[in-house]
Write a protein that binds this ligand. Structure first.
Ligand code: SAM
Length: 282
C-alpha cells in the first residue's frame, strides 16, 4: 500500500476531525489571499478525504480537483456535492488515485494542497516529485497544511495543570511509552521534519515560507471522549498496534480515568492553529 487508505474512517471522520463553523472558510480565504488565487486558478488537493478543506473552495466556485486512495472518503465528499445548493459542481473533479502516481499530464495545475497527508505516504519524496511534475513550471504553489495545538511542543510533558482532555492525551502517551510504543502525535507515522521539507523544496528550486493561516477554538471534548476515541481507534496512529497491546493500554487508561482524573466528563476547548508550509516557484 503506497499510503494509508482512510476507508475505515469515512463514516466518523467529519464527526471527529470537523472544524467549528466558519473555520474552513477562513482557511480558504487566508490561503487564496496569500497566494492571489482567482477562479481561473487550477487547484489539486492530494488526499482530499471528505472535503474538510476542499468543500469551501468548491462552494466558492474554484476549479478544484481532489484525489484520494480511499473510495469511501471520496464517496462522503461526493454525497455532500450532490446536496441541493451545495455549490458549483461542474468545477470539482474527484478521482481515486495515489499521490505517488498522479493520473495527470505535466503542468496541469497552478496550486497543489496536501493537508494531513504527506506523513501517511511511504515514498513522500516521490509524492513531491509527482506534485512538481503536474504543477505549472512557473507561478506555481505547493502547500502542505496541518492543524496543530497552540501549545508549544513539550508543554504537555512540562505542564502540571492541564485540562482533563489533555491530561488524557498525556497519560495515553506515557502508557504507550511505558509499553515500548512511540507516543502518538498528529504527524507521527512517518517523521518528516519541517526543516527537511524546506530543504527538499529548495533543492526543487522553490522558495519556502511557514505561515499560520488562522487560529480557532477546537470543538469541546471531555477526557472520557478522548479515551473513547482511543478505545475505538479513531486515529490512524492507533490502527496498526497489535490488539493485545492496544487492549492493555486501554485497560490502563480506563483505570486512570476512573481513579485519577478529577473531571472525566467536563468538556474543555483547546485553541488550535492551521499552519502551512508554502513552496513557490516564480
Ligand atoms: C488524515 S486524512 C486528511 C483528509 C483531508 N486532507 C483533511 O484534511 O481532512 C488523509 C487522507 O489521505 C489519504 N491518503 C493516504 N495516503 C494516500 C496516498 N498515497 N494517495 C492518496 N491519498 C492518500 C487517506 O485515504 C485520507 O483520506
Amino acid at each position: 500500500m503506497p499510503g494509508v487508505s482512510f476507508d475505515r474512517a469515512a463514516n466518523y471522520y467529519d464527526a471527529t476531525r470537523g472544524y467549528t463553523e466558519g473555520v474552513a472558510e477562513r482557511i480558504r480565504d487566508a490561503l487564496t489571499d496569500h497566494i492571489g488565487a482567482t477562479v481561473t486558478t487550477r487547484f489539486l488537493e492530494l488526499g482530499v478525504g471528505t472535503g474538510r478543506i476542499a468543500l469551501p473552495f468548491i462552494q466558492a466556485g474554484y476549479n478544484y480537483t481532489g484525489i484520494d486512495l480511499s473510495r469511501a472518503m471520496l464517496n462522503v465528499l461526493q454525497t455532500k456535492l450532490r446536496q441541493p445548493g451545495a455549490g458549483v459542481r461542474l468545477r470539482a473533479w474527484l478521482c481515486q488515485a495515489d499521490v505517488t502516481d498522479l493520473p495527470f499530464a505535466a503542468a496541469t495545475f497552478e496550486v497543489i494542497l496536501g493537508v494531513h497527508v504527506l506523513h501517511l505516504v511511504n515514498d513522500w519524496q516521490q509524492a513531491l516529485r509527482e506534485a512538481r511534475r503536474v504543477l505549472h513550471p512557473s507561478g506555481a504553489w505547493m502547500i502542505l497544511g496541518y492543524d496543530e495545538g497552540l501549545r508549544e511542543p513539550g508543554d504537555l510533558d512540562r505542564s502540571e495543570s492541564l485540562p482533563p482532555p489533555l491530561q488524557a492525551q498525556k497519560t495515553w502517551n506515557s502508557i504507550l511509552k511505558e509499553m515500548g510504543y512511540g507516543a502518538r502525535t498528529g504527524r507521527s507515522r512517518i517523521q518528516i521534519s519541517d526543516e527537511r521539507l524546506h530543504t527538499h523544496f529548495h533543492e526543487l528550486g522553490a522558495t519556502t515560507e511557514a505561515v499560520c493561516l488562522t487560529t480557532y477554538a477546537r470543538p469541546a471534548i471531555s477526557a472520557r471522549d478522548v479515551v473513547n476515541r482511543y478505545r475505538e481507534r479513531i486515529y490512524s496512529s492507533d490502527w496498526n498496534r497489535p490488539d493485545d497491546i492496544h487492549n492493555e493500554a486501554i485497560r490502563r487508561i480506563e483505570r486512570w480515568l476512573a481513579t485519577e482524573c478529577a473531571a472525566p466528563d467536563e468538556p474543555a476547548t483547546e485553541m488550535g492553529q492551521f499552519t502551512v508550509l508554502i513552496a513557490h516557484w516564480d
